[in-house]
Design a protein. Structure first.
Length: 64
């Protein structure tokens, strides 16, 4: 998730390639796992994800 956010912020042709490859990865862990985490971040926000992980060592519940 951190590298994806970095690539999104960089917004260069190379970073767009890397972020798109993460989004479209067919692997059940790296692809589907990433898409599930991105949906969670979209739901609760990145700061909430980080704070919940830091304080509870668990993923936060999705708001959606």
């Amino acid at each position: 998730m951190l590298s994806y956010r970095y690539y999104q912020e960089a917004n260069t042709p190379e970073s767009r390639y890397h972020s798109l490859s993460k989004e479209q990865n067919a692997d059940p862990i790296y692809g589907e796992g990433f898409r599930r985490m991105r949906a969670l971040v979209d739901s609760v926000g990145f700061p909430t994800l980080i704070e919940t992980l830091r304080t509870t060592k668990r993923l936060p519940a999705s708001k959606g």
